[in-house]
Every structure is written in C-alpha cells, then in structure tokens.
Design a protein around this ligand. Structure first.
Ligand SMILES: CC(C)(COP(=O)(O)OP(=O)(O)OC[C@H]1O[C@@H](n2cnc3c(N)ncnc32)[C@H](O)[C@@H]1OP(=O)(O)O)[C@@H](O)C(=O)NCCC(=O)NCCS
Length: 333
C-alpha cells in the first residue's frame, strides 16, 4: 500500500432515508425462536425498518440522495456522477445507480453501482475521491442503500440482524488541509463463505430448486463475523491514523458500520477509545449494510455534533471479506 494522503475532497452535504414501517424485536419473537433480551444484549438492536411492498433499494436511495442534495444546496442537474453502493440492487441490470438517476432527474450524471456489501460506502468514498482529486468531476453523489429484508429468511432467527435504509453524501473539491486525509481499503476473498447469498448469479441461477433450497437468502457464520470484525476494525483504524501521523487521542468521533454493539464495544476497548466517541444507531435501524455509515453520518451531522475541524474516523467490515478505514477533517458548511 502506498503511503498516499488525499487532500482535495470533502463532504458538502449529507442525507438519509429509512422506510416508515417499524419491526420490533417483539414482532420477531412471535415468529422465530429468539428473545428481545438476547437481541438487545448481543446486538444492541431494538427495532428495524422494513421497505414497503413496491418500495425498492432505488426508492430509498433516491430519497436519501435528494436530502443530501438539499443539504449541499445543489440541484440534481449539478451532479456529475452517481455511485450506488449496494448488495441488494433493484435488478441485475441496469444498475440501481441508473434507476436513481432517472428517479431524481440527474441526467448530466454518469452512474454505476459498486459491490462491497457492508464496506460498500467506504469503498465508494475511495473511488469517488479519485474522480475529484483528478479533477474529472466536481460533484459526486455517493449513496449506500440496501433492502436486506428482500434477502432475509423470515422463518429463521437470522432475521434479527438487518434492516432497510439508505444514506447519501455529496463529495466535492476541498482546500488543502480540509476534508479526506486518508482512506485504506482491504479485501480477503478467502472469507467468501462467511457471509454469502449463494444463488441468483451465474453460479446458481434462479431455479425452482434454488428457491426451495433457500439459496436466495443470506447465510452468515456469526462467530466468524465477530472474530474477523474485532480483529480487522481496530487494526485498520490504527493503521490509517498512524499513516496520517495521528493517534487515537486525536479522534473526535468514530462513525462506524453498525454490525453489533458488542463488536463496536470490543473495537473501542482495543483502541482505547472512549465509547462516547463511537456513534451508534443500530438500536433503531439494525444493520442496514451499505446504508449504515452514511445514515450514521447524516444523523451525526444534522444533530450538530460535528464541528468544523473535527477528526472523523470511518470504518466498516463485511462480506468478502472486505474492510476499510478513513480519516477526515470535517468541514462544516
Ligand atoms: C451472532 C452472535 C451474537 C452469536 O454469538 P455467539 O456466541 O458467537 O454464537 P453461538 O452461535 O455460539 O450462540 C450463542 C448462543 O446464542 C444463541 N443464539 C444465537 N442466535 C440467536 C438468536 N438470533 N436469537 C436468540 N438466541 C440466539 C444460541 O442458541 C446460543 O445459545 P446456547 O449457548 O444456549 O446454545 C455473534 O456471533 C455476533 O455478534 N456475530 C456478528 C454478527 C454480525 O454482526 N452480523 C452482521 C454482519 S456484518
């Protein structure tokens, strides 16, 4: 990995959207062998949002995008590129980004999807930053959006983990010393079986057999996720800070992916980071996969907790394995 520092990209607007329908732990207890106490204690989740019938990933993404544009004081036609980070696209083709482009009327924008599951948003931030740093584009709409309710087996207790939601940011040019400082991406495909949706692609196309075998819903090895997450998250955060000549004491806020409260508590403990600096909202939304980091960022931004010059660290881990960490000097507009 080259020791590159990025000094030209900032977030100039944030937005988010979650579906209206709330499903509580108590609702799930009626359907599968689980308890409210177990879910709260192990995962920190109290409830999650579920997309309505006829509401798709692109709908959540388009609403989050419009909120981010509004926050950045931009119009859809000002956008040069739309990237949608998702593991649950509306369709295999076209990309969800093209569908979002049409829904928000951003017809000057190129559009594509990016697949890194729970790490999608930070992978997307790294990709989008290159276009800004190279001066190819001025305004990029980066969206994380997922509807895991559509790939969940609602008859199994694995239905406790995820919810639906979307967050978006507008990335633009920054002055030297502002905005994104560094971002590190990682992957290890040897972990591919630990979180997977086996069917629906070229390996196992949809068939009567694939549907009846339950291969279109996610399969997760929870213990492996826990073990890997609590190793790679602290390591990646330490590494990105070190190469920016910063320490954990310099961090104003950690805006992480939201897999489980225990993973985040363990990560904070290993880093020596006070948990008050770790932003969490999994109690309301569960894990919204690609949506977690930008939804958490938008809520933190709108709450007024982010101050100009704050050092914000982002981190996420997910299927692949993929993981990422970034350091940013917040620019309050
Ligand atoms: C899921 C997780 C909490 C399970 O804990 P664990 O101790 O590793 O898991 P185990 O499978 O050994 O189960 C421990 C106990 O919890 C119970 N359990 C597991 N899932 C449960 C559920 N959904 N509801 C209620 N109880 C559950 C098991 O029955 C077991 O009980 P027992 O000891 O009485 O047999 C933990 O692995 C974890 O947090 N993983 C990360 C998951 C995650 O973040 N996923 C998001 C993907 S990015």
């Amino acid at each position: 990995m080259k020791n590159r520092i990025i000094r030209s990209v900032k977030i100039s607007g944030t937005g988010s959207y979650v579906p209206e329908h709330v499903v509580t732990n108590q609702d799930l207890v009626k359907a599968v062998p689980t308890t409210d106490a177990w879910i709260r204690e192990h995962l920190g989740i109290h409830e999650r949002r579920i997309a309505a019938k006829g509401e798709f990933t692109s709908d959540l993404a388009a609403k989050a995008a419009m909120n981010a544009l509004d926050n950045a004081n931009l119009r859809p036609e000002d956008i040069d590129l739309i990237i949608v980070c998702t593991a649950t696209p509306d369709r295999l083709a076209p990309s969800t980004a093209c569908i979002v482009q049409e829904k928000i009327g951003a017809f000057n924008a190129a559009a594509f999807d990016l697949a890194a599951v729970c790490s999608g948003f930070l992978y997307g931030m790294a990709v989008a930053s290159q276009f800004i740093a190279a001066d190819m584009y001025d305004n990029i709409l980066l969206i994380g959006a997922d509807t895991f309710s559509r790939i969940t087996d609602w008859s199994s207790r694995s239905c406790v983990f995820f919810g639906d939601g979307s967050g978006a940011v507008v990335l633009t040019h920054a002055k030297d010393g502002e905005g994104l400082i560094a971002i590190d991406l990682y992957a290890d495909g040897r972990g591919k079986h630990n979180f997977t949706i086996p069917a629906g692609g070229s390996e196992i196309p949809a068939s009567v057999e694939s549907v009846s075998a339950g291969l279109h819903t996610f399969q997760m090895k929870g213990q492996e996720v826990f073990k890997t997450a609590t190793q790679v998250l602290p390591e990646a955060i330490k590494k990105v800070l070190t190469r920016c000549n910063l320490t954990i004491d310099d961090v104003s806020l950690l805006i992480p992916h939201q897999p489980s409260i225990k993973i985040l508590q363990t990560t904070a403990e290993m880093l020596g980071l006070p948990f008050e600096k770790v932003m969490t909202n999994m109690h309301r939304y569960a894990n919204t996969s690609g949506g977690t980091v930008p939804i958490m960022l938008d809520e933190t931004n709108r709450s007024g907790r982010l101050k100009n010059g704050d050092l914000v660290v982002f981190a996420s881990v997910g299927s692949g394995w993929t993981w990422a960490a970034a350091a940013m000097r917040w620019v309050a507009e």
